[in-house]
Ligand binder design. Structure first.
Ligand code: FES
Length: 60
């Protein structure tokens, strides 16, 4: 599923970047260009980042 339509970034790509250490929207933007165009995807991308970090902390 595309999260960032403008830059054609999928939820999987965002989660991959998160597991490689991207913890903020800024770093996602640097790696994948998420949110660098219209900005409509930033809420959704942020939720993905949050859910990823929650998954990590609960599995430890
Ligand atoms: S949908 Fe991501 S910047 Fe427009």
């Amino acid at each position: 599923m595309y999260i960032c339509i403008c830059n054609r970034v999928t939820d999987k790509e965002i989660l991959d970047a998160a597991s490689q250490g991207a913890t903020t929207l800024e770093s996602l933007g640097q790696q994948l260009n998420v949110g660098t165009c219209c900005g409509r995807c930033t809420d959704c991308a942020h939720e993905l980042l949050e859910s990823h970090s929650h998954q990590q902390s609960s599995s430890n």
